[in-house]
Design a protein around this ligand. Sequence first.
Ligand code: GLN
Length: 197
Amino acid sequence: MIVGVLALQGDFREHAGVLRSLGADVELIRRPEELARISGLVIPGGESSVMDKLARAFGLADPLAEAVRSGLPVYGTCAGLIMLADTVIDGIRGQQTIGGLDIAVRRNAFGSQTLSFETDLDVPVLGDPAVHAVFIRAPVVETVGPSARALATLSDGRCVAVEQDNLLGTSFHPEITGEYRFHEYFLQKVAAANFRH
Ligand code: GLN
């Protein structure tokens, strides 16, 4: 089974490294025809408005949305989470998403004063210990619709990790802190889904 990492922009190398160290067969994805080979996809952190423009320019946006609708397991971190959200608040003019997650996310939700911060998060589906989470110009999930469920919240109650069927998303970046459990959890989803194009 091959797991793709969307490699248009952002920290795709870090994700590929984590997935490979967990034993996954990884391919970097830049073209629509490469989607046919993969059983799961990670969308990295970066800048969602740029990723959106590149995905549309490379003809990937529509095939990706179609694959998500047909059940392709996808994990998005930060900008990747934004790409998976049905609704974006504070997007740039004309910003679109692939969608699939029944959520509204607010981009750069911690304001320009707080470019990044770190905190320990309780994530019940992963058990102990708490996840050390790094937020970099991060979004928050402002609304969790009835089809999605929150996996983690900050101490102020704001949601920063969600799951919905084949989709998983985090506002933060496990790929840069040596935290492998989200990727492990995602690889279990990929194996369970056994997705066929
Ligand atoms: N602020 C970025 C965006 O809007 C996300 C930042 C990140 O991925 N670390 O896409």
